[in-house]
Design a protein around this ligand. Structure first.
Ligand SMILES: CC(C)(COP(=O)(O)OP(=O)(O)OC[C@H]1O[C@@H](n2cnc3c(N)ncnc32)[C@H](O)[C@@H]1OP(=O)(O)O)[C@@H](O)C(=O)NCCC(=O)NCCS
Length: 197
């Protein structure tokens, strides 16, 4: 039986008005989300080694000028920043597990940032190479964007992608992000909800 026949897409029901979403209300919505084949859960202390497994791998940083994390301590620092974001906002990047095995295969989701002097949500995904090619990143990104647009509509979703990162470009296209060539710099820019001033 295929995984997606077992796990049905599940979005939690909103408990608050969009305009009054508090961190406490958002955390109930974002804390743990089930897609067809994945569990998207809030990162926790102890995820450092899995973070380093994904972020310390040169293959997952081919298009990242900053390069892979050099050591576990670097991944632990990133993890602490992500946990702090969750504390502040009630959502953030998830740790991504296969629903069947609970194996951690990647990290991703949306996180608040200031870009072009505006509040926005950065769309992010990074998976371990053994999990590439199964559509997991598309599944994650589609869910992250759907939740963001439903519960955080005041903030546009932005994806900044290197022109030669073909897989990432395909994901942006598949999930319906719109191209914004006027915002391109070193990355090609895709967004939803971004309005020109
Ligand atoms: C980008 C990344 C998340 C894609 O993960 P994935 O789970 O393999 O993605 P999917 O299986 O959902 O595939 C997405 C699309 O890219 C295509 N694709 C995957 N790998 C590809 C490759 N090396 N070259 C060209 N296309 C590729 C897939 O065929 C699919 O397109 P399709 O549905 O039209 O066939 C993964 O390669 C990764 O973690 N890379 C390192 C981190 C990174 O670059 N993150 C993005 C930063 S902007």
């Amino acid at each position: 039986m295929r995984h997606d026949e077992v796990y049905k897409q599940h979005f939690p029901t909103s408990q608050t008005d969009n305009s009054t979403s508090s961190a406490a209300a958002l955390v109930a919505l974002f804390n743990e989300v089930y897609t067809a084949r994945l569990v998207l859960r809030r990162p926790q202390q102890g995820d450092g080694p899995a973070m380093f497994m994904v972020h310390g791998d040169p293959a997952t940083n081919q298009y990242n000028l900053a390069g892979p994390h050099p050591d576990l301590a670097a991944s632990e620092r990133t993890l602490q920043r992500w946990l702090q974001h969750w504390e502040t906002y009630g959502f953030g990047y998830w740790t991504i597990q296969l629903a069947y095995t609970k194996e951690v295969v990647g990290f991703g989701g949306v996180k608040h940032f200031i870009w072009h002097s505006r509040d926005a949500l950065n769309l992010y995904y990074r998976f371990t190479p053994a999990a590439w090619g199964y559509g997991y990143a598309t599944e994650l990104a589609k869910t992250a964007v759907a939740l963001a647009r439903e519960y955080l509509p005041q903030w546009p979703v932005v994806a900044r992608i290197r022109a030669n990162n073909v897989a990432s470009l395909r994901i942006a296209e598949h999930i319906g992000l719109q191209r914004h060539p006027e915002l391109d710099a070193e990355h090609l820019v895709f967004a939803l909800g971004w309005t020109s001033c």
